[in-house]
Design a protein around this ligand. Structure first.
Ligand SMILES: [Zn+2]
Length: 190
């Protein structure tokens, strides 16, 4: 099967411990001085605490790809039966919000090269196109890592144990190998 199968649980724990929610999961707060967003934070993709896929009035959920949202709903239903809640820490994001996250990451990590291991540009982000979700809390993301394939939900990156995208073939053939981080993802070449 996939080469990362044995390593994945260990990396999952290490990545979660090391980075916490500092990567693409954290929406951050506020804007930069001098930049006044045209839309409210919620309308730009900020996610209120305790949001789930059932909160379809939240734009970050409502503007997800329909097939991805349907798969997440099915997975959330199943998880609930096992007393696991899948929270949506981030979903769809406006290009403006993604740009701000990237600026924040450059400030945090000190360079665009390092920031690009964690945050994509507005042009390449699967969040901006509505094709990715960041799932929490830890036990929710871990549950989805174990069971997501049967719903077509796959982790994309080894370094982001919370980030899932739809892979429609996964119920038949399993999830594809993960990239170590977004810099290995050919879609990020932009
Ligand atoms: Zn993400």
């Amino acid at each position: 099967m996939r080469s990362t199968a044995l390593l994945a649980p260990l990396v999952f724990v290490l990545a979660a411990v090391v980075v916490g929610t500092a990567g693409c999961a954290a929406a951050g707060s506020g804007g930069s001085p001098g930049i006044r967003p045209a839309l409210s934070p919620i309308d730009q993709g900020e996610v209120p605490d305790d949001t789930t896929v059932y909160d379809t009035d939240v734009p970050a959920v409502a503007r997800l790809d329909g097939d991805l949202r349907a798969a997440l709903t099915a997975a959330s239903d199943r998880a609930a039966g096992e007393d696991i809640t899948l929270r949506i820490n981030s979903g769809w994001r406006s290009p403006e919000m993604q740009e701000r996250l990237l600026r924040d990451a450059v400030s945090t990590y000190g360079s665009l090269d390092e920031a690009s291991r964690w945050v994509a540009t507005p042009e390449t982000s699967a969040h901006v196109s509505g094709d990715a979700v960041d799932v929490g809390p830890f036990d929710g993301a871990y549950w989805l890592d174990l069971h997501g394939a049967e719903f077509g939900l796959c982790r994309t990156y080894v370094n982001e144990p919370w980030h899932f995208e739809l892979r429609p073939d996964a119920p038949m053939v399993g999830c594809p190998d993960q990239y170590l981080d977004p810099t290995e993802d050919p879609r990020m070449a932009g």
